[in-house]
Design a protein around this ligand. Structure first.
Ligand SMILES: Nc1ncnc2c1ncn2[C@@H]1O[C@H](COP(=O)(O)OP(=O)(O)OP(=O)(O)O)[C@@H](O)[C@H]1O
Length: 471
């Protein structure tokens, strides 16, 4: 690979976080170390830096004019006709920027890191690659998509099945792509018999359920051609999941026998991550970091605001906001209950907030709850109600912050601030999820004066500005 670094980029790249000197690694490279704090956004960002070097290929450009090629034209010859018909029936005609930039590279068979804003269509990008690479006539698991939560897994499975379904004009004679959801809380017994009888083409899995099937030799990866890890930074930062993810990438299968795709809207210290991908053999050495909108980590259609109040006034402040905003549909985020609060026998913020809204909120939206402590069936019914369309107010912890796609959401309320800037980015990204739409969507933070400096830190790290809202 020609190593050409333009002088301007060379100057700017001196502000980028440097990939660490491999010799400086302790036992574990930083990225794989869940305790390693590395979201330290550089002070300067390259206006548009394209680094081509023998060790790093990074496409980092600002979005250009929408390429006149349609999705069909980009995918022609790669994706089966019946899937292309379904893509158009669903309404996907023009590619989003990440799809436009990544699909040609993905169809070449290159390992890719899809790094683009929330709501930018990364899911469709990797699903189109999968449909181009697997053979439904072959009775074997050929593609694996790993996700961090059951909710995201159900969503990706649904999109895959919609695209794999028979087109409305029929004409699908050959065997169809089959998609299995292997998710926490599922009945693995049923999956076991399915895998034995008629292995699905595509498996969408949470890492714990997947590893159980792999450890028991019920699922084998020898025919897997494409391995996708969605919300990849979250998986590597989760102390519960990182070792299983590393084992999946290096022991259960090898980067040389598959095409590896990572996706996320946030890849902190991305140069270090790309370096670790190669050094740790999570991907091949010629992995391509396809990055769109490097300068704007969040969609420009988001309008960020904050309201100052005391802790005691937060409920009433939220109620006033709901009355004045009259959101079409909204998500109210609260923090997870701390162990200390649980031990003290306190009710979690979600319960207190649900009780308050049920007695005080007079608007027309139905109020739903989503949090880890709920059983899987209750979680699933909350999400399926949300997907019925119409307006809702969802009270949720960060379980709904990663990847969940509810395009009707117009307002996000941080009743309690997220723990860090990455979580802020993903919570905010639950709105503004209609590509090509210019509808303004709102992210409102209800904070005490003592929390103002935290919000300012997030503004600096994510380069956005937050206007004070006087109620
Ligand atoms: N080419 C397209 N044209 C129109 N809409 C699209 C297109 N591709 C995806 N979408 C829609 O955009 C929305 C966001 O897509 P998706 O959930 O894949 O985003 P994402 O990049 O994975 O977001 P996140 O980072 O939050 O997971 C979805 O509602 C999807 O249906």
């Amino acid at each position: 690979m020609a190593s050409t670094i333009s002088s301007a980029t060379h100057f700017l790249s001196s502000f980028l976080p440097k990939p660490p000197n491999p010799r400086s690694f302790t036992r574990q490279p930083p990225y794989a170390n869940p305790n390693f704090l590395y979201f330290t956004a550089p002070k300067f960002r390259p206006l548009s830096a394209t680094l081509n070097s023998s060790t790093l290929t990074q496409q980092e450009t600002e979005p250009t004019e929408t390429n006149p090629l349609t999705l069909r034209e980009i995918c022609q010859g790669h994706v089966p006709e019946h899937v292309l018909k379904r893509v158009e029936e669903v309404g996907y005609v023009m590619p989003t920027e990440i799809q436009r930039q990544s699909l040609p590279v993905l169809f070449e068979g290159r390992d890719c890191i899809l790094h683009a804003q929330t709501g930018s269509g990364k899911t469709l990008a990797y699903l189109l690659l999968i449909f181009s690479a697997v053979n439904p006539q072959k009775s074997a698991v050929q593609a694996l998509i790993v996700v961090p939560t059951r909710e995201l897994g159900m969503q990706v499975t649904k999109v895959a099945r919609v695209l794999a379904a028979k087109p409305e004009d029929g004409g699908l004679e050959q065997k169809q792509f089959t998609v299995m959801a292997l998710l926490d809380g599922g009945l693995l017994r049923r999956h076991k018999s399915w895998l034995k009888a008629e292995p699905p083409t595509i498996v969408v899995a949470t890492i714990a359920s997947l590893c159980r099937m792999l450890d028991n030799q019920i699922l084998k990866l020898k025919n897997v051609k494409v391995l996708v890890v969605d919300e990849v930074d979250f998986m590597f930062n989760s102390s519960k999941q990182v070792s299983s993810v590393r084992k999946l990438l290096t022991s259960y299968s090898s980067c040389n026998s598959r095409q590896t795709v990572f996706a996320s809207a946030s890849i902190p210290q991305h140069n270090r991550f790309v370096h670790d991908c190669k050094q740790q053999k999570w991907t091949k050495n010629d992995v391509v970091h396809v990055r769109v909108n490097a300068v704007e980590p969040m969609p420009s259609c988001l309008q960020h605001r904050y309201v100052l109040c005391s802790k005691k006034q937060k409920h009433q402040t939220l109620l006033s906001l709901l009355q004045s905003d009259a959101p079409k549909s909204g998500i109210i985020f609260v923090g997870e209950q701390s162990e200390k609060s649980k031990k003290a026998g306190n009710a979690p913020s979600t319960t207190l907030l649900m009780d308050f809204l049920k007695t005080s909120y007079q608007g027309g939206l139905e109020i739903l709850l989503l949090e880890e402590d709920m059983n899987f069936n209750l979680r699933a019914s909350s999400l399926s109600e949300l997907r019925q369309g119409g307006g809702h107010l969802l009270v949720s912890t960060d379980i709904a912050a990663r990847g969940v796609d509810l395009p009707e959401t117009t307002h996000i309320y941080n009743f309690e601030l997220p723990r860090n800037a990455v979580d802020y980015l993903h919570r905010a990204g639950r709105t503004g999820r209609k590509p090509f739409s210019d509808e303004i969507c709102y992210v409102t933070n209800i904070i005490t004066p003592q929390e103002q400096f935290v919000l300012q830190r997030y503004e600096n790290e994510l380069m956005f500005s937050c206007e004070e809202l006087e109620l």
